[in-house]
Design a protein around this ligand. Sequence first.
Ligand SMILES: C[S@@+](CC[C@H](N)C(=O)[O-])C[C@H]1O[C@@H](n2cnc3c(N)ncnc32)[C@H](O)[C@@H]1O
Length: 405
Amino acid sequence: MSYEDNARIINDDIFDLVNEVFAQERSSGNIERRVNFFDTYNDYFVLTDDGSYSISSKEINHKVETLHTSTGAISESFEKFIRPMKFNYDEDIAILDICAGLGYNSSAAIADFMKHSKANLTIDMVEISKATFACGLLVPSPIPEHDITKKAIEDELIKQDYAHVSLEKAEIPENISLNVYIEDARQTVQRLDDNAYDAIFLDPFSQNMAPELFSLEFFKEFRRVIKDDGIIATYTSSAPVRAGFIDAGFCIGLGPIFGRKQGGTLASPNPEMLDYSLPKNDEIRIALSDVAIPFRDPGLNNDSDTILEARTEERHDARHNTKISSAVKTPIFLGDEMDDEKLKRRVERNLKKMNIPSTTSPEAFYIVEVEDDYREKQDSMNNSTYRILEMKKRLEKVKNGEIIF
Ligand SMILES: C[S@@+](CC[C@H](N)C(=O)[O-])C[C@H]1O[C@@H](n2cnc3c(N)ncnc32)[C@H](O)[C@@H]1O
């Protein structure tokens, strides 16, 4: 089984149908089924709250996700991926769109760029599934700029002998260059130039479905290809993802909240590009808890189950050794008086294994006093990344008995 067969792509039924419709177009030149696809198979498309359409993923481990939030597929692109960027519209802009799917994020970037700039825009769109890209041709365009993206996708699908007839009539403006890669993003990224991108949109399915697209090693490639002032945006607030960015040499900050309870994540080599700190408890968990052990994919070729299993094992080894146990959310109680005696006993049992006698011991205060300077608005001196790294260092000193209180 190839990685693509196993990867988290669109629902099997629609996947088979789309492949069949394009196979027929190739063999007979007949475009009728493509033209009528959306009306005929409307049930496969999920209408989101802003009127744009999404589709569902394959069922994996009894889980199905849609490609976008129900709050609004195209609104999500603008809110999560465009709004946090700090593009200099006087200069050329280069964007890497990972998991391009129906092409909404790239289309939002084109719309934003055409409104603000006369310079050049390059977008490299990467998507593993031809059928998913083909679905992008079949949905009604939520914004006019989606027609430009469709044109680039169709050209590549014809080049790769998946589609046969050119139906997309939009012209790609001369100052916009769209490169379409249809393969595993982990392969693509290794061939990209150093220091090339102003922005990376990272939009995979969730970490339990696609941990391979959130790994430390994948992020190290991002560190190589992104410019020093570049920004990565992703929707997840996950601790292992945020920890992975820091281990790969990025600073991190809070991303916009849209269709979720918590804000996403922004990462940049330059802390000044990131306006907002993570919530305090998120910083503490990333610095101290085994929940923040990142996903690892050393050769950028492991399957998702291998990555998830290896992480579970690593978490187990780290607990009570280099990390405080995440059980009963132990680390977030450091520095707090606790009233609940039963919970307190459990928390302090975990802490003692790390040489921290209690939640209010000098050791506990020493580790989390870093948070006394917490500010929601961050800058180059006062930011989440600095605090996380400092707490991590302090925990190590306490555990190794390097500090006597
Ligand atoms: C949440 S959807 C992305 C939605 C998309 N950004 C859009 O604007 O429509 C995730 C996408 O990741 C793709 N994908 C899964 N594994 C991949 C991989 N290894 N490399 C590239 N794309 C992948 C899926 O086929 C799916 O289209």
